[in-house]
Design a protein around this ligand. Structure first.
Ligand SMILES: Cc1ncc(COP(=O)(O)O)c(C=O)c1O
Length: 395
């Protein structure tokens, strides 16, 4: 049965709104029990037992020696950069969440934007060399959509120049590079537990590294510069994770496999439903590398009868809230837009106009994905009427 279209006056397809980034709460009872334990202990922050347990579990999931819990990934990126002693310019993709770039800029580092690959949407290693200058202090790779960026080519360029690599792994909990878990690459990798991420810790993040000294510095920096003996030995900040965040993250992490399977079924439904639609493509990632399946991203190209923005409005009318990531691109956002662009970013410019992230997660089931794909199919088939309806002034 064809879906009706709300933009053409039909009823919305969904009774309950579906949101991209809707928090996953896998086991509210287990979360509540952990929160209750923490309250009974009255140990609510300052490296409490739940934070310690989360660090152990996360390190085990990623097969890495150290996972240092922090209040959020933005602070994690800043702590990692500070612990690595980076100063000067950092080469970074513009096609990322603004937080990657703000994190660097906020601590005085100067972002230099490099384009991404059209296939993977991650840093284009072939263009990296041209972005390096004598002031380059580090390269920041982003594992966008949980998909590992081109780790080895990026590391080779960095090694040849003698600069470190820091990976923003905010999207990449549980991801692997050909079976090797992320978390051990570069000098450090930074994961996010923001409520919109696959594993929701309300707010939160983890910095992973194989470097013992770096881990020790990270632990000190996140806690006002206090060392393990309780003495202040350096500058530091408050970037500690609290016990409630760890409780939420731990109970969600326990159900990670279930969440992955659920999202894979949603992806299958999107793939099936979108197959053959003109100009619309579901971006695919190897399931073994990106098990979370959290990011269902479609690319709408110039051959589609309706563009990305029109399709987004069609879905909003159906009570779906997709995200047009990452619009308009960090290089077009203040304050970076006020600096002259050093290198053209043609792929980034195109992707900011073409990509849309569709809902996933426990808020929905595969039938909802099928229904959403049907809506898109119907809109594309009726493009002239949809275009006219969207152009008409609101009644
Ligand atoms: C790619 C990327 N980097 C960094 C961040 C910042 O993460 P947090 O919200 O945990 O500070 C996000 C958050 O959405 C992100 O998507």
């Amino acid at each position: 049965m064809a879906a009706s279209l709300a933009v053409l006056g039909g009823p919305p397809a969904f009774a309950t709104p579906l949101r991209t980034g809707c928090p996953n709460i896998l086991d509210p009872t287990a979360t509540a029990a952990l929160v209750s334990d923490a309250m009974a202990r009255r140990w609510l922050t300052n490296e409490g037992p739940l934070v310690q347990r989360l660090e152990e579990r996360f390190a085990a999931l990623h097969g890495v020696r150290h996972a240092v819990a922090v209040a959020n990934a933005t602070l994690g990126l800043q702590l990692a950069a500070a612990a690595m002693g980076i100063a000067g310019e950092v080469v970074v993709p513009s096609f990322t969440f603004i937080g990657t770039v703000h994190a660097m800029s906020w601590i005085g580092l100067r972002p230099v934007f490099c384009d991404v690959s059209a296939d993977t949407h991650t840093l284009d290693a072939a263009r990296l060399e041209a972005a390096l200058t004598p002031d380059t202090a580090a390269i920041i790779g982003v594992h966008l959509w949980g998909r590992p960026c081109d780790i080895d080519p990026i590391q080779r360029v960095a090694d040849a120049r003698g600069v470190p690599v820091l990976f923003d792994a905010a999207h990449a909990t549980g991801s692997t590079r050909g079976g090797t878990p992320l978390g051990r690459f570069g000098r450090a990798e930074v994961f996010s537990l923001h409520a919109t991420k696959s594993i929701n810790g309300l707010e939160g993040g983890l910095v992973t590294t194989t470097d013992d000294d770096l881990a020790e510095r990270l632990r000190r920096l996140r806690n006002f510069g206090f060392n393990a003996g309780g003495r202040v030995v350096s500058r530091g900040i408050n970037a500690k994770m609290n016990e409630f965040s760890a409780a939420m993250a731990l109970s969600n992490l326990a159900g990670f496999d279930r969440l992955c399977a659920h999202n894979r079924a949603i992806h299958d439904a999107y793939r099936h439903g979108l197959a053959g639609l003109p100009g619309v493509r579901l971006c695919e990632h190897p399931a073994a590398d990106v098990p979370s399946g959290h990011y269902a991203v479609i690319e709408v190209d110039d051959t589609a009868p309706l563009g990305r923005d029109a399709l987004c409005r069609v879905l909003v009318a159906e009570r779906v809230n997709p995200r047009r990531y990452f619009r308009p691109g960090c290089h077009r956002s203040p304050p970076y837009a006020f600096e002259p662009l050093r290198h053209p970013l043609p792929v980034t410019e195109r992707l900011t106009q073409a990509l849309m992230h569709l809902p996933t997660g426990l808020q929905m089931n595969p039938d909802d994905a099928t229904a959403m794909a049907a809506v898109l199919g119907r809109a594309l088939a009726e493009a002239p009427r949809v275009r006219a309806a969207l152009a008409a002034p609101a009644p």
